[in-house]
Design a protein around this ligand. Structure first.
Ligand SMILES: NC(=O)c1ccc[n+]([C@@H]2O[C@H](COP(=O)([O-])OP(=O)(O)OC[C@H]3O[C@@H](n4cnc5c(N)ncnc54)[C@H](OP(=O)(O)O)[C@@H]3O)[C@@H](O)[C@H]2O)c1
Length: 352
């Protein structure tokens, strides 16, 4: 297996988190890290035993030994960092969201095509075994025709704990930070959207902190999505089809459990005289609270467990490395044009 030399751009929480996955991936070597602060680059490199620390992205991009970069700096810098890396001839794995608007993302698509370099947004959830199971169920119409998605992602987070999310500068807000996940899922399943309804709540400074969206897809399906910094949502995604539903159980981001429920196609109850013995027995049993309780448990569906193992980001890193080693320029699971479509929905939601 050929070795891939990585450079890390950014030294924040996510860069530190991703170190474990990059270190665990086979055939990956982390050669350098860069930061806008010389001291942060040096201390990050020392802590993670990275041989080279660079002050500024340009210095790292001049390092010819580096094949690929993982970009995890602040959201508003993703666009420029990705363009610079592509222009320097590096393959790019960029944190979500890859840009802050569809037009920026479109430019990235064009730059990647011009450079002939692999570039993708780190939509890591799509590589988890539970999401793969959901996609397979969808493709195989295991539960009939899929027509409706409910997906949400939200838990309360305060300005004090996460000032980055509330900053009244570009790149902040719940749509860019959390909205990308359910929107990407809706588009992956049902494709392009022709109408968006909903409501976006903002702070007095204009930062979006809660959003409820209804997407109407060209294929006739509908998605009901919610994201929040304000309240604890269900953190679940339920795909409903004509014969049943399949759900990514909480926490939807990082789900390891899936619930499969099959619709029981019972005939409507007729008048008591015309009921069969079986129906009459059923009616009688419905008077038992214990049996109703058992029925509640049964109708909740079958729970399946699909673990991602030790690190939730490793399946994404393995996918990126596989694409790199096989000279692919676009991910077949989450392409750059999918990134652009997600940002198109966010652009429109921002106008609601
Ligand atoms: N995939 C996921 O599960 C996930 C989870 C969380 C976040 N993210 C994404 O990852 C990106 C980074 O998020 P984050 O949570 O890592 O944000 P963060 O901790 O605020 O760091 C963002 C960047 O801010 C700079 N920075 C400025 N002052 C800093 C300081 N005192 N300490 C550390 N860094 C400082 C760093 O870049 P420099 O060193 O270059 O200045 C750092 O890379 C965001 O775009 C976010 O959407 C993804």
């Amino acid at each position: 297996m050929s070795e891939i030399n990585f450079g890390i751009i950014g030294t924040g929480r996510m860069a530190a988190t991703m170190m474990a996955a990059l270190t665990a991936a086979s055939g990956v070597k982390i050669l350098a890290v860069s930061s806008e602060s010389k001291d942060r680059a040096a201390s990050f490199a020392k802590f993670h035993a990275i041989p080279q620390a660079y002050h500024g992205i340009d210095a790292l991009l001049r390092d010819e030994r580096i094949d690929a970069v993982y970009i995890a700096n602040a959201t508003e810098n993703h666009y420029q960092s990705t363009l610079s890396a592509l222009n320097a001839g590096k393959a790019v794995l960029c944190e979500k969201p890859i840009a802050i608007s569809a037009s920026e993302s479109k430019e990235i698509e064009q730059a990647a095509a011009r450079a002939g370099k692999l570039c993708m947004e780190a939509m890591w959830t799509f590589f988890l075994p539970t999401y793969q199971r959901l996609f397979k169920s969808y493709e195989e119409t295991e539960l009939g025709t899929p027509l409706y998605l409910y997906s949400d992602f939200g838990y309360p987070v305060s300005k004090e704990v996460s000032p980055r999310l509330y900053a009244s500068t570009v790149g902040s807000g719940v749509l860019l930070d959390r909205g990308v996940y359910p929107i990407a899922l809706a588009l992956k399943l049902f494709g392009p959207v022709n109408q968006i309804l909903g409501k976006v709540d903002r702070t007095p400074e204009g930062v979006d902190i809660h959003a409820a969206l209804q997407l109407f897809h060209n294929n006739g399906a509908e998605s009901q999505l919610a994201v929040s910094f304000r309240v604890l949502l269900q953190n679940r995604a339920v795909l409903s089809s004509t014969s049943g539903s399949i759900s990514l159980e909480p926490p939807v981001i990082g789900a390891e459990s899936i619930r499969v429920s099959r619709a029981s196609l019972e005939l409507p109850t007729l008048g008591i005289q015309s009921l069969s013995i079986k129906e009459r027995l059923k009616q009688h049993l419905r008077q038992s609270s214990l049996l109703r309780r058992i029925n509640t448990i049964k109708s909740a569906g079958k729970l399946e467990h699909h673990t991602y193992g030790g690190n939730q980001y490793l399946p994404l890193i393995n996918h990126f490395c596989e694409l790199y080693r096989t000279d692919k320029l676009v991910s077949n699971v989450f392409s750059l044009s999918a990134s652009t479509q997600v940002l198109e929905v966010i652009d429109q939601a921002n106008k609601l």
